[in-house]
Design a protein around this ligand. Structure first.
Ligand code: OAD
Length: 233
């Protein structure tokens, strides 16, 4: 019998770092090379759509060259073997959780491999180039944008996330700096619900002090170890 019955897991860029995807705020990270207001806001997109579409095209190309790592695979194993409720929420727009075998992943910041049509508002799977303005597969208008959440936009499925946080008995945050709300506030929501809280991160994050326990090291090592512990009960 496992010690926990309902677990919510939040992942961030750090879980994909060992696969070779750049994080945002580490040295050499994406936000050192690109300005958030240029490539990750609706205003930046309105000002220079070519720049924004090109930025996400190159991130999509980079994604095609990488593979899931042991941390993604361990969470897929947890989904298969944990007998209780599990909600895996990711801030990442990559598809590495799914490729590792997690069948249910809540992408609160959207997905690189999805397109959102600004004319008909339909979402469609997308793995090609967007800067050449392909037609929307539904309405044919050449008005696709990346289906990612930009600063100033509402993350997806917040009601479902808060409902799960309100009844979980363990919240685990993996590879995220705790710099961006609302995700950075999930630990406090979980604490209000009386849940145990655990951070697995390379180094103490900005919100480390909110967690009852923090373990520091690479996700590829810490996550498989933790999954082993949970499944051992
Ligand atoms: P950040 O780049 O802010 O933080 C990555 C975290 O991962 C840092 O705390 C690192 O110490 C840690 N890290 C790096 N390598 C690691 C490893 N091998 N194992 C474990 N941890 C490691 O990325 P996020 O917290 O995901 O949003 O960023 C949150 C949001 O900010 C993103 O979803 C994105 C960004 O702006 C939007 O674009 C809306």
């Amino acid at each position: 019998m496992a010690e926990f019955e309902s677990i919510v897991i939040l992942t961030g860029a750090g879980i994909s770092a060992e696969s070779g995807i750049d994080t945002f705020r580490d040295a050499g990270g994406l936000w050192e090379r690109h300005r958030i207001e240029d490539v990750a806001t609706p205003e930046g997109f309105a000002r220079d759509p070519d720049l924004v579409l090109g930025f996400y095209d190159s991130r999509r190309e980079a994604l095609a060259k990488v593979e899931p790592n042991p941390a993604h695979r361990a969470l897929a194993r947890l989904e298969r073997e944990f007998p209780g409720d599990l909600l895996l929420v990711t801030q990442n727009v990559d598809d590495l959780h799914k490729r590792a075998g997690s069948s249910e992943v809540l992408h609160m910041h959207g997905e690189l491999l999805s397109a959102l049509c600004t004319s008909c508002e339909m979402r469609t799977p997308f793995d090609a180039t967007m800067s050449n303005r392909p037609p929307c597969p539904v309405c044919q208008a050449p008005t696709l944008r990346p289906d990612v959440v930009w600063f100033g936009e509402m993350p997806y499925q917040m009601d479902r996330i808060y409902a799960a946080l309100g009844k979980c008995d363990l919240f685990v945050s993996i590879g995220t700096s705790g710099a961006v709300y609302p995700a950075a506030g999930f630990v406090q929501e979980a604490r209000l619900a009386g849940a145990a809280t655990l951070e697995l991160n390379l180094e103490p994050s900005e919100g480390s002090h909110f967690f009852a326990e923090s373990r520091h090291g690479p996700a590829g090592q810490l996550v498989p170890e933790w999954v082993e512990e949970v499944l051992a009960g």
